[in-house]
Design a binder for this molecule. Structure first.
Ligand code: ADP
Length: 523
């Protein structure tokens, strides 16, 4: 996965976690606020119900005292006027007091109204009063009396003297909360028949998923069993005020950030552990493969050692013969010993190279001359290839490329490439049994190129060459090229495979050149 996509997917993951957390926290805050709002609402609605019930009770008291004035034998209409006026002045919700005769309602007895009670209404009240026993009170509303209700009290007296006291009350003032209603609150009063005659305030339909609050209870007054209804729809803003929303977003955001930092630290530590164990594993694999190849090379190396050892033997025998003869020349003995020293050094060199190759020391980067490195590998494999009828050619750049690498690791890489090349041309006709090892310097750095004239690589296999366990050989393990790639990457290099323009395959190891590449550094 490209690193930018990796970063993007991490950011997206963190964002999603933050959103989920913030949403959960917001719902929790809203739930707490809702419970608080519901408790407040219930307290306020109960208080209002108590106050309104008490106000209704006062109406009964007024009716009783007015009835008492009317019942006084020597009552004057001035007394009734004065009492009524006082009631109306002190209780503005009581808007009118009337007295009607039950038998002849059109013949009005008393009214505080400027224009007298109309005939139709007075006969309606008379009809209601006719159904009552003296002292009993009934409540009624009239469709055209906006928001008012009437208390009809039957007064004592029969026949033509039978009359009723009517008190008209403004329902809106009865439920007046002496201030603004909370937002999204609606108050209503219903008469005993269920008709809603008072509405205060408005509510919109509930916000999404926010439940409404409702209170409904008849007033505690026996004469006025009006139903008080209060409905409240909490708004989203009340449940989650902007400041809380910002706090929720900020706190959860900081939480996610902290969790991200902790997780990243943990992941980095885990990756470091994995890298360490991978490097260890890789080093062990590289060593095992080197030991394995040395085993394969044993006969070639034995052959290479035979030559100096045979020469040492024959030179020593010749020297011995000279020394035993009567007339011996000192210079002949010196020559033989000098030749032996030279040959023994060569044999020692071959063994030293071999020992270095199988050594299991960790990678030790040092300025290394790549031409020299290629020559070393050539010396190691030449006799083996020769035995298989394969010619090894070198084409080394005169510029002596120097790279900062572990010599043994990169020798192993080149050795692997040469072995693969040899495998690829083993069954080819004689003229194609050539492996070319070259070095070059270009703008990208240094390169070691191994070319063969085998069948090349099928295009479908090209992208899979460096996958572990990809092999087309019956005895192959498919670990050579992946290991080469890892070894080269250890020194910021890379390895590429391509087909030759005519035939065969070309493998190139690209390595950075040592910046200030003093030739002496490698010498
Ligand atoms: P192995 O040699 O065990 O198969 P490698 O990883 O060294 O494992 O090589 C993987 C495969 O790459 C080989 O099996 C072969 O198919 C292909 N390959 C490698 N080098 C060459 C080459 N020079 N010419 C053609 N194919 C090659």
């Amino acid at each position: 996965m490209p690193s930018s996509m990796f970063v993007n997917s991490r950011v997206a993951g963190a964002l999603a976690t933050w959103l989920a957390l913030a949403a959960t926290a917001a719902v929790a805050v809203a739930a707490v606020n809702f419970v608080r709002l519901r408790d407040d609402f219930e307290t306020e609605a109960r208080t209002l119900h108590r106050i309104v019930s008490q106000r209704a009770d006062q109406h009964d008291a007024h009716l009783t005292s007015l009835a008492a004035v009317l019942a006084t034998p020597d009552r004057s209409s001035a007394t009734l006027d004065a009492v009524s006026e006082a009631v109306l002045r002190f209780y503005p919700r009581i808007t009118a007091i009337d007295v009607v005769r039950i038998v002849s309602p059109s013949d009005l007895v008393f009214s505080t109204r400027r224009s007298w009670l109309d005939e139709l209404k007075s006969s309606k009240f008379a009809t209601i009063a006719a159904e009552l026993v003296p002292g009993q009170t009934a409540v009624t509303t009239e469709p055209d009396d906006d928001a008012s209700y009437h208390l009809v009290k039957r007064l004592p007296g029969d026949g033509s003297r039978a009359s009723a006291l009517i008190m008209t009350v403004d329902g809106r003032r009865l439920v007046d909360t002496e201030g603004e209603l909370p937002p999204e609150t609606r108050l209503a009063l219903r008469d005993p028949s269920g008709r809603e005659f008072v509405q205060l305030g408005v509510t919109r339909p509930s916000a999404w998923l926010v439940p409404g609050l409702a209170f409904e209870k008849a007033l505690g007054s026996r004469s006025q069993p009006l139903l008080l209804q209060v409905v409240r729809r909490p708004t989203l803003g009340e449940l989650l005020p902007p400041l809380s929303a910002v706090l929720v977003a900020a706190i959860t955001g900081i939480g996610v950030l902290l969790a991200g930092v902790v997780l990243r630290e943990r992941r980095a530590a885990k990756e470091a552990r994995q890298r360490a164990s991978f490097h260890e594993h890789q080093a062990r694999l590289a060593h095992a493969m080197r030991v394995n190849t040395v085993g394969e090379m044993a006969s070639g190396i034995a052959h290479e050692l035979t030559q100096p050892l045979t020469a040492i033997l024959s030179r020593s025998q010749a020297g011995l013969r000279v020394a035993r003869s009567e007339f011996w020349e000192r210079s002949e003995i010196v020559d033989a010993l000098e030749a032996n020293v030279h040959l023994a050094k060569r044999a020692g060199d071959i063994l030293a190279r071999l020992r270095a190759y199988v050594s299991n020391s960790g990678p030790m980067p040092e300025p290394t001359n790549l031409n020299q490195l290629v020559r070393n590998v050539a010396d190691l494999v030449r006799s083996d290839l020769g035995r298989r009828g394969i010619i090894l050619q070198l084409a080394l750049t005169p510029d002596e490329p120097i790279s900062m690498i572990d010599r043994v690791s990169i020798e192993q890489v080149v050795h692997n490439l040469v072995r693969n090349a040899a495998d690829a041309i083993e069954t080819m006709p004689q003229e194609r049994r050539t492996v070319l090892m070259a070095t070059a310097i270009d703008s990208n750095g240094a390169a070691i190129i191994v070319t063969d004239r085998g069948l090349g690589i099928p295009p479908a296999d090209l992208p899979r060459l460096f996958e572990p366990f990809f092999t087309t050989k019956p005895e192959g393990m498919g670990l050579g090229l992946p290991l080469c790639e890892r070894l080269v990457e250890n020194f910021s290099g890379r390895i590429t495979a391509a087909n030759g323009p005519v035939d065969g395959a070309i493998f190139t190891v690209h390595l950075p050149l040592l910046a200030e590449s003093p030739k002496e550094a490698a010498e």
